[in-house]
Design a protein around this ligand. Sequence first.
Ligand SMILES: *[C@@H]1O[C@H](CO)[C@@H](O)[C@H](O)[C@H]1NC(C)=O
Ligand SMILES: *[C@@H]1O[C@H](CO)[C@@H](O)[C@H](O)[C@H]1NC(C)=O
Length: 477
Amino acid sequence: MALLPCVCLGLFGVLCWVLDAADRGAFQPQSALSEMEFASVVSYRGPGNTDRRSNKELPILLWWSGGLFPHFPGDTERIDCATSSCLATSNRKVQLYKRTTSIIFYGTDFRAYEAPLPRLRHQTWALFHEESPMNNYVLSHGPGIRLFNYTATFRRESDYPLTLQWLPSLEYLLEPVAVSLEEKNRLRREGLAPVLYMQSHCDVPSDRDRYVKELMKYITVDSYGKCLNNKPLPEYLEDTATATGEEPKFMSFVARYKFHLALENGLCPDYMTEKLWRPLHQGCVPVYRGSPVVADWMPNDHSAIIIDDFPSPKALADFLIGLDENDHEYAKYLEFKNPSRITNTRLLEALETREWGVNDMSKPNYLNGFECYVCDQENARLAAERAYKKAPKTNRPPQPKMASNSHMGCPLPSPGYGEAQDLPSDDGWLQIWPQDYWQSLDQAEGLESLIRHNESDPSLLWKHIQNIAVSRARGKQ
Ligand SMILES: *[C@@H]1O[C@H](CO)[C@@H](O)[C@H](O)[C@H]1NC(C)=O
Ligand SMILES: *[C@@H]1O[C@H](CO)[C@@H](O)[C@H](O)[C@H]1NC(C)=O
């Protein structure tokens, strides 16, 4: 490794020694893999898999992000997937092993300055990211996402899409309306607002509070939680204010409202959460901003109100007031509760064909599902490489595969209401999110440069970012 002969002095001596030891292990032949370490690995064989290889012969998938390893107990397990088997481990000792064919990352925890370097040619990178785009904008830039060969993200374009991860089933949507329209109207006469807003995560890239604040000038909104609060939660609910779960008391509390403001914390195609599906489940009408293509997944074309279809908060408020006063028109939004009115075949097909389940023990979860997707892909790639080596005249080498911007690609955050250039320069949102987005691009480009230069030390990231900036300023790029 490049660091080895370096000036190993003082405190850094320890660091260099560690790298030295790791390095020597790394390039040892395969047989050096400790028998002890892998002999005790739990082994079972799933149905349909005829892979008879012993654990010692299997490719290794390394889960890089410490917090996420979908096996228990221990740090290594044999996985038997649809067509082949692998060893999955969270033990970073195997980082540079020849048998380690793929490294799996959790997007939220992926840090360019901690990436496994040098990047080895025989290893693919796999990205699992089901959470909000706001958690890591590095992945929203081409140079960041293109470092990965396989992806599982909320976007339908990813290799193993998790788009409907927050929608447990069709039955969940079809659940009868929790509070009847008569009862909702009675509650309205008692002074309940037509619209609910419940949010405790306030400073977010979608800048939703700025929009809701404007909307509240024109229509009454009961706002609980920390953001734009104008009502206290009943004491019995205080603990569940931020819960995304389905606590029954919380559910019946929110089900009384005709409309739920449902604004995601980050805006990105196909990023949809329980904020959208829960009101549909309860028979409240979501007033939604999030995925700009949300209509593609709705039960029919009349089940959600899309904020961006309206020219202004006032126009939206007027529309909601009209619906509040017109039972016939309001009821149309709930017609999808009748199965024959669910006309979106894309939605039906996706629910039918996805192999993973949500809270469904009879199906694999998507974490193990993606791991198996990577395992089968890697075994197929290795087999194709072997076949090509053996008979290069009759076989083609496997084609490289890498992710594109459409596997994540979330846009630059923009203000929830109004234009960025009209905001005062000390605006809190302006100072955080657009900067975070562009700094993430720097990091993606820096990492790409580290890899291109075959660096072994990810902490050189900052130096590479600086070099890129300097050469850009000189007009070289
Ligand atoms: C990249 O670096 C590694 C470790 O420092 C070294 O073994 C390898 O030969 C280098 N590869 C290239 C193409 O320079
Ligand atoms: C994986 O992605 C990297 C970076 O984009 C690329 O250089 C490499 O060829 C890909 N590997 C495979 C096996 O497709």
